[in-house]
Structures are given as C-alpha cells and as structure tokens.
Design a protein around this ligand. Structure first.
Ligand SMILES: [Zn+2]
Length: 345
C-alpha cells in the first residue's frame, strides 16, 4: 500500500516538484535523498498522482475562487484531486503504470531491474506519464545498477524514474548525474511529536522523548512507539542506575541480558549514552535534557555521582561500542563494560 501520511517539513521539495509540474517539462529521472521516514515515498506517489490526475488544480491549494480548501491528505500541495479514477488507482496501489521496485532482503537484484526494464519497453496501459519508483536505490547491486544505467541512458517515452536513497554518494555517480536531485530534510521535533501523538496514545513528555531519539524520522518514531521503546528504556536506565549499588553477579546478569538481545544492543547503547549525557547536561542546562519525563530521576542520579565520573562512563560505553563493531568478543566486552559502569564516585 502506498503511504499517504501528510508530508510535513518538506516545503522545499514540494516547491521544486510544483515548479516542475507548472513548467510542463518532466525530467526522465529524479533522485530523492534523505533518511528513512521523512516522506520521500509519499512525495513520489503524490507526484505520480499529480502528473496523471484528470482534474489537477493548476494552482494547487486554491480553488476557483482563490480560497484554500482543506487538504484531503492526498494532494500534498501538488494539486492532484484525489478522487478521479487515476488518483484512486494510484492511491490504492492498483495503477498498472505505477511500477515499484524495492529490495528483497539486503539488495535489489539484477533480475528485478531486468523485469522492470522489460515492462518499460512496452507502451503504458493508460497513464499519461508512467512512473518507475525504485525505493532504497542504494541497495542496487553493481549488476543491477549498470542495467538500470543503460535504461536511464536511453529512457523510454512518457516514463519518469524516481529513485530514493539516504544520500547521493551511495549510488553510482553515473546514475546520479542522470537524475534531478531533490533533498528531503529530517522532520522537526514538533512535527514528530504531533505525528506520534496523533497515531499513538502517548502523553506529551513521552512523545517528546521518542521524538528526540528518532533522529528526525517518523518511521523510526512510529517503530519506537509500537515496540514499547519507553518500557525498554525505563528498564535499561533502572539497571544502569542500580549497577554501583549491587553485587557483581547481578551486574553480570545485566550484561548477559544485553548480549542475548543483540538486535537491541545499538538501541541499548544509545539509551545509556543519552541517559548519562542527560545527567551531565542537567548540571548546566536542565531544559536541554532528552529524557524530559524522567527529570526527578535524573535529579536523584546526579546527586549520587559527579560529572567526571559520568564522562568516564560515557567513554567506557563508546569504547565498548567500537570494540563490538570491530567484532570483539561480545560477552567479554559487555562484562567489562558493566563492571566499568558499576564503579561509583
Ligand atoms: Zn485526480
């Protein structure tokens, strides 16, 4: 299903796409770059709708009297009506000329690109402008990238490619040079908080913490909200704060649990570093802490430790993280880490 969540904080990409629409000259290919979860796919689908809409408003956002009607959540400022047969088919993911390719596993295989190019060699079924949307194009392997390049060098008529990727440097320069590059920005904390609260039952403080940790990505924020990230955070912070006051056996039980949850390890490290950072920051600028909902607990922790001690623990975390990334023995590294974090002032 295409994603049609509201496109927020992307006024520059929307303005660029709008000017392409009003010029009437479509490039053969676009490259939308930016982190996951900020609206690249949404913008691609909205643009495909606008290019094929039977009733597109030439001055999007305004009706015949110059008023601005409420956005139906689909036009995204690009002027698609959202209700004509073409718009409906694109919105429901059933348009035969809106072709999407995404990675199956870690890569986009050459067979997927060959199949796409074979479809593009035929005439469009019904679209004025056919779209080939290649999500996460940085996952094209070398063979698939070169196959795509040949088609981009001699693009089929009435067809627009939209590639998405974190950054242009992740793609072959020869592919990038054939695309109009549009950069999408990480979302602002205020937009993330509004989005999280609209989709999940979270109070403002909890939403603010997730927004601060989501790195500007609505997708990441949504995943965190759904996966009980706050519950895990609370557990990790409780364990971390208890380390200086408990037996070595209990501390090693904490490292054992961390080692068993390998896929959460990066998150656990981020939570611990941000917690210790908050405890340092609280001394100087309490309004800048990330874990706003745990202010009382931060105050209590800061009374029991010193800034040099906190900084030493942050360095121990960074050292352990680097060692694990370099394939050091996981259990040994985590055991040494929790013992370093157990030392009080
Ligand atoms: Zn329409």
């Amino acid at each position: 299903m295409p994603c049609f969540s509201p496109l927020v904080d992307q006024s520059r990409p929307v303005r660029l796409l709008r000017s392409v629409l009003s010029s009437g000259h479509l490039p053969h290919a676009f490259l939308f770059t930016g982190i996951d979860g900020i609206g690249k796919k949404t913008a691609a689908m909205a643009f495909a709708m606008a290019c094929n809409c039977a009733r597109r408003q030439t001055e999007p956002g305004k009706d015949a009297r110059g008023n601005c009607p409420a956005d139906d959540g689909n036009s995204l400022g690009l002027g698609a009506c959202g209700t004509c047969p073409s718009c409906k088919k694109i919105r429901s993911g059933n348009h035969p000329d809106i072709l999407s390719v995404s990675a199956s596993g870690a890569i986009i295989k050459v067979d997927q690109i060959r199949a796409l190019c074979a479809r593009l060699a035929l005439k469009p079924y019904e679209a004025r402008t056919r779209f080939a949307i290649i999500a996460e194009a940085h996952k094209l392997n070398a063979e698939a990238g070169n196959t795509l390049l040949k088609t981009l060098e001699e693009p089929p008529a009435c067809t627009v490619f939209i590639l998405t990727a974190p950054q242009a440097s992740d793609l072959l320069p020869t592919i990038v040079s054939r695309c109009q590059h549009i950069r999408f920005q990480p979302l602002s904390p205020a937009s993330l908080i509004a989005g999280i609260q609209a989709a999940h039952r979270l109070d403002a403080d909890a939403a603010a913490v997730i927004a601060a940790m989501a790195g500007g990505s609505m997708t990441r924020a949504g995943t965190m909200a759904r996966a009980n990230w706050l519950g895990r955070r609370n557990w990790i912070i409780r364990e971390l704060d208890a380390l200086p006051h408990q037996s070595v056996n209990l501390s090693l039980a904490f490292s054992e649990t961390l080692a068993k949850n390998r896929k959460w390890l990066k998150t656990a490290f981020d939570i611990m570093k941000n917690w210790l950072r908050d405890c340092v920051i609280y001394h100087y600028a309490p309004h800048r802490i990330i874990n706003q909902d745990l202010t009382d607990q931060i105050r209590k922790t800061t009374q029991q430790t010193t800034v040099p001690d906190l900084l030493k623990k942050i360095r121990a975390l960074e050292k352990a993280e680097t060692a694990i990334e370099s394939n050091a023995n996981l259990r040994l590294t985590l055991d040494a880490l929790v013992l370093a974090l157990s030392k009080g002032s």
